[in-house]
Design a protein around this ligand. Structure first.
Ligand code: AMP
Length: 561
């Protein structure tokens, strides 16, 4: 199949804002794709080369692409940089330069989808000495044989900056439309196996009946159950007839797959983190009695004395490729298990949580403090439940999760009647913008993230970086990135690379998940996941919140008042 067909579809998608229309365009593509190519085309349609859960990543930097364009066109890297700075889009640059190339290579072959896909996958496999050159050659080979429009999308796919607005939901809807299958059935199928290409192939070849038979695959993650917020313990325990309360640990969701001696660890984002956590693998091998199973739990990091540490510290282990062993010794872990989803060929999702917990108890050998059940309480009274909540907070955990003991395990849903999380509600803070980072991709020309400052003795010291809550498009309601950039521009003091320092003038209100002590920020505190709420143009910087306020909130949050 010609890559041109796909490039034209991308162009159509880019020009179509409506989600429904996008799904129809992708459906048209899937319909005409032969079954054996569907896996590749479905991935490419959303701009990917690997399924989202794969631990293989493209990881191609701008620099490498610039060199490849240079090799394919003969234009110097310097000129390519100048050209691409005008649009902020190397895809367009490649398109223009390939278009200008006077003489095309003789005997060039037509670019096929397979060739693009296979070359990009080969790039991900290159390692060690000479690998950069090989990567450049592989992209240059594609660009040399490409038409201008194809070059645009080869580059954007390589850089994972598609700008076509095709997220997973659109692919799911497109599969439903293309093969005339109920959307809900496709949704359940992709929640169970988030391999959209495979789901598309089964939908084409075996239809609805085939999709209904899709089950979990050991070694491939699925969309895990998530929690909804609830304001109080009282409401949470009144919601279910049979409720169990568990500590909500500030850790890492840990999906454990075991097949004979092989173990995989996935996060809730479906990332395969097996290689970064040999200690979890070891614990599973030693303490799981089953041959094949899937377990669900939360892993926390511990101090030397066995106290829980904030997720931020544990998270430094997640992306680690080198010195894994040393870091596993520096940050020891504790696995807290709360569910079992699959055991010796049987899917357990239709059983109640109560039954699943009984099975889990028989499947694992508890190693206290290392590999154990989550702390839990089946409360008889509200007083007892509240005491449990306070203990959880005192120990530095985030709060509680309330679960319905009668509920099934439904992958991928924030189900009514599923899990409810109870956390202290953090009061919003008014902070001052003291810096920013110029955005890339869709955010080019605007400050993509903002450095937040906290008032400390008349100065404003950094306490976090905000990248969410601001709208990207003018048509959306609320403050946009470009509006806030316009406001801040006159106050830019200096620029260093893509970072700017800004005179403390503009006050904004932010929400956040938690306050943490942080040596990384000058103020000594970090707001975790700050979110823009609104401009406080009624306040001047001297009226913004100060470090004393943050100190009080920090202590309250830890239950140390
Ligand atoms: P949230 O991320 O705030 O939506 O809360 C859901 C997350 O809490 C899950 O994805 C888990 O990673 C985490 N968690 C911590 N403790 C538990 C627990 N006892 N049961 C379920 N999830 C938990």
């Amino acid at each position: 199949m010609q890559y041109r067909t796909l490039a034209e579809i991308y162009e159509e998608l880019q020009a179509t804002p409506s989600k429904l229309a996008k799904a129809e365009i992708v459906a048209k593509l899937l319909k005409k794709t032969p079954a054996e190519l569907l896996e590749k085309v479905t991935l490419l349609a959303s701009g990917h080369i690997f399924p989202e859960w794969s631990d293989e990543k493209l990881g191609i930097a701008d620099k490498l692409v610039i060199k490849a364009i240079s090799k394919a066109t003969g234009v110097s890297t310097q000129d390519i940089i100048i050209e691409s700075n005008k649009t902020g889009d190397l895809g367009l640059t490649a398109e223009n330069l390939i278009g200008k190339k006077k003489q095309r290579t003789l005997g060039q072959r037509d670019t096929t989808i397979e060739l693009v896909f296979d070359n990009l996958r080969k790039i991900a496999k290159q390692e060690g000495s000479g690998s950069q050159e090989k990567k450049i050659d592989l992209i240059a080979e594609l660009l040399s044989g490409a038409e201008p429009l194809e070059a645009r999308y080869i580059v954007r796919t390589a850089l994972e900056q598609m700008r076509i607005g095709v997220a997973k939901g659109i692919i799911r809807d497109a599969i439903a439309l293309a093969f005339e299958i109920d959307k809900k059935i496709v949704e359940t199928a992709v929640d169970t196996t988030p391999n959209y290409g495979l789901v598309a192939k089964i939908a084409k070849e075996k239809g609805e009946i085939g999709l209904k038979k899709i089950t979990f695959t050991l070694g491939e993650p699925f969309q895990v159950i998530l929690a909804e917020k609830i304001p109080s313990i009282k409401e949470a325990i009144e919601k279910f007839d049979n409720v169990i309360l568990e500590y909500k640990y500030d850790g890492m969701r840990t999906l454990i797959h075991k097949k004979d001696d092989r173990v995989w660890i996935f996060t809730r984002n479906l990332e395969d983190i097996t290689k970064a956590f040999p200690d979890i693998v070891e614990l599973v091998r030693k303490n799981v009695k089953a041959k094949d199973c899937i377990l669900d739990g939360e892993t926390i990091g511990l101090t030397e004395k066995g106290k829980a540490i904030p997720f931020q510290k544990l998270s430094t282990r997640i992306k680690r490729k080198h010195d894994v062993k040393k870091h596993s010794e520096n940050i020891p872990i504790q696995v807290n298990l709360f569910d079992i989803i699959y055991l010796e060929g049987k899917i357990l999702t239709e059983l109640s949580l109560k039954e699943r917990r009984e099975i889990l108890a028989k499947t694992i050998k508890v190693q206290k403090g290392k590999f154990q059940f989550t702390e839990f309480l089946i409360p008889k009274t509200l007083v007892e439940a509240e005491k449990f909540y306070n203990t959880a907070l005192k120990l530095g955990h985030e709060g509680l999760i309330a679960k319905n003991l009668d509920a099934k395990y439904i992958p991928g849903r924030r189900v009514a009647g599923g899990w409810l999380k109870i956390k202290p509600i953090m009061e919003n803070l008014d902070v001052v913008i003291i810096g920013g980072v110029w955005g890339t991709g869709k955010r080019v020309g605007a400050l993509g993230s903002l450095i937040l400052g906290l008032r400390v003795d008349g100065k404003f010291l950094a306490c976090g970086k905000l990248g969410t809550g601001l709208k990207e498009k003018e048509q959306e309601t609320g403050t946009t990135l470009s509006h806030i950039t316009k406001l801040l521009r006159p106050y830019i003091i200096s620029e260093h690379g893509n970072e700017v320092k800004i005179k403390p003038k503009i006050v904004i209100e932010v929400a956040y998940e938690e306050i943490q002590k942080s040596p990384q920020y000058e103020s000594g505190f970090a707001l975790r996941f700050p979110r823009f709420i609104r401009l406080r143009d009624d306040k001047n910087p001297e009226q913004a919140d100060d470090i004393n306020r943050v100190n009080v909130l920090y202590k309250q949050q830890k239950g140390k008042r």
